[in-house]
Design a binder for this molecule. Structure first.
Ligand code: NAP
Length: 524
């Protein structure tokens, strides 16, 4: 398998349990995946710790103690190291190794996985647990190589940390990563310039340390929480929504929004009403409420206006979750620069030039995002039957069955890949569900004596159509973001996620299993 983050570790555990010999490959020097690389200041999960964790081991649930409502990167990395230690998972992982190509051999029906160091591993099954947001977007900023200061990418942050004190720092990017890191960099740096192209919606995280005894209380709720997560829209327990936003008086609606705002969390806010994500009029009520909050938080009305999104509906891009983001712009050492109006033209040795001004700084932090979902799967050269490459097959956008398999690529599974709910909700919940289905499929194939399993062309085409049809009425289809490839120039404009919710997706997978995998072809 490829990857030793949440997905890879879960897959190693499960496949080993099923009696397979297992080898995982990861480019990092240790386990952790996303949480190994993204060590930027403020890196924190937007899903509550108690839910963003494995449910497969009761022992882990009983032994591990979270310390905050939303765990920070160091704590999540420690958690994954704890799981790896406990089950001796590292002995199955080859670290510091990059997969170069994955080629199907038609005669032996085996995969040949080649690494950049020249090694070839032969394997019957390949599980791509290579991540959703793991391939950084490559930015072609002209002149970047001429910049004499330090260039930092949030997704490959130095493990020893970065000292911003006394430094003039620039941040490019105001998505979830920028929104998390900007308040902390601002506290340390002498001066912070934030280059914003698109303003993003953000709601307070409401993070806090867990109270003494709270972990024990939460622990006792694991059975109900896990069950609720499995059937919920976003893979985590959710507040009952108050129906349509349009069915309430202004006063009541405000009361519900205020409660969600005070409680904190993206899914909590988005689910206040059940039509925010699809009905423009309902969405406008959230736009009005949050715009008002931004105006209240930011002292300078011109800065507040610039921070208020005006080109996309609320939550149509991944909703950011923050701690003091908007108020950070009240600091005298922070300046917001609109690079939508005057785009970045080039870097210079001392900073960068936009269409209308020149800026000087000592360090630049690139928080410019990822080639999401398909990027990590297309980075290695994957070739299926008869030499067909996945890059060619997906040239117009990904086609999959259940986001799990691709026709023509037998015995190759994608974990939380395109066409599945993936990172639209709690990714750990999605990962466990996917690994569960893969394990059941492999057991089924083994019992039938048909070790080759492949999505049928018909099932793949019907699923791809269904994913597109479900996404069409969603407001997330109306704006450019990593949800639909819109953040990468030239990437096909296709909604990459199954938007029907985790509960429905799980039911569909369970029906497929109960019916004996009719969407898959099995052969000896
Ligand atoms: P992102 O949401 O794609 O944001 C990238 C930012 O960089 C955007 O503001 C984008 O502007 C800007 N940008 C990109 N290229 C640029 C250019 N050439 N010039 C100027 N600006 C440019 O990426 P992200 O913030 O890394 O977040 C990606 C996803 O990772 C999130 O949506 C979330 O799912 C996940 N994440 C999760 C957490 C968490 O759970 N706490 C934290 C961080 C990230 P435009 O919008 O104009 O393109």
């Amino acid at each position: 398998m490829v990857g030793a983050g949440f997905g890879g570790l879960c897959a190693i555990y499960r496949m080993r349990e099923l009696g397979f010999s297992v080898r995982a490959i990861d480019r990092a020097s240790d386990v952790g995946g996303t949480w190994f690389w993204n060590r930027y200041p403020g890196a924190r999960c937007d899903t509550e710790s108690i839910d963003y964790s494995f449910s497969f081991s009761e022992e882990v649930q009983q032994e591990w103690n979270w310390t905050e409502r939303y765990a920070g990167q160091p704590e999540i990395l420690r958690y994954l190291q704890f799981v790896a230690d406990k089950f001796e998972l590292r002995r199955h992982v080859q670290f510091n190794t990059v997969v170069d190509s994955i080629i199907f051999d038609d005669s032996s029906q085996l995969w040949r996985v080649s690494t950049q160091s020249g090694e070839t591993i032969v394997s019957r099954y390949v599980i791509m647990a290579s991540g959703v947001l793991s391939l950084p977007k490559k930015d072609a900023f002209p002149g970047l190589e001429s910049f004499q200061g330090e260039v930092l990418h949030t997704s490959s942050w130095p493990a020893e940390g970065v000292d911003f004190s006394g430094k003039r720092v620039a941040v490019i990017g105001t998505g979830s990563t920028g929104v998390q890191s900007i308040p902390l960099i601002a506290k340390e740096a002498e001066q912070l310039l934030v280059f914003q192209r698109t303003a993003n919606w953000s709601v307070p995280a409401g993070n806090r340390p867990l109270r003494p005894g709270e972990m024990d209380e939460l622990r006792s709720t694991y059975p109900e929480r896990r069950e609720a997560s499995r059937n919920a829209l976003a893979g985590m327990p959710e507040q009952t929504s108050m129906g349509s936003a349009l069915d309430h008086t202004d006063e009541d609606r405000r009361r519900f929004y205020e409660a969600a705002w005070a409680d904190g969390g993206g899914p909590r806010f988005l689910r206040t009403f059940n039509d925010i994500s699809r009905n423009p009029a309902a969405n406008d009520t959230a736009v009005a409420f949050v715009s008002e909050k931004i105006a209240l938080a930011v002292h300078d009305p011109a800065v507040a206006a610039l921070l208020t999104p005006n080109d996309h509906p609320f939550g149509a891009r991944r909703l950011c979750v923050d701690t003091d983001y908007f108020a950070t712009y009240n600091r005298p050492n922070v300046r917001l620069i609109n690079v939508r109006e005057a785009p970045i033209q080039e870097f210079t040795p001392s900073g960068l030039r936009t269409a209308d001004a020149e800026y000087e700084f000592d360090m630049v932090v690139l928080a410019t995002g990822f080639d999401a979902l398909t990027g990590p799967l297309l980075a290695p050269n994957i070739q299926g039957r008869h030499g067909q490459s996945l890059r060619e097959k997906w040239a117009q956008g990904p086609v999959t069955f259940l986001g799990l398999m691709v026709h023509g690529f037998p015995n190759l599974f994608t974990v939380v890949g395109p066409g599945s709910p993936s990172a639209l909700g709690n990714t750990v919940n999605s990962i466990e569900q996917h690994i569960g289905v893969i394990g059941t499929a492999l057991e089924f194939a083994r019992q039938k004596g048909t070790p080759v399993i492949e999505a049928s062309a018909k099932a793949e085409s019907e699923w791809t159509k269904r994913v597109a049809e479900l996404a069409a009425p969603m407001l997330l289809s109306t704006t450019r973001s990593w949800y639909n490839g819109g953040n990468i120039d030239g990437k096909p404009n296709v909604v990459l996620l199954f938007t029907g919710g985790m509960g429905l997706y799980r039911t569909i997978c369970n029906e497929e299993i109960a019916a004996g995998f009719p969407g898959f072809e099995l052969s000896a």
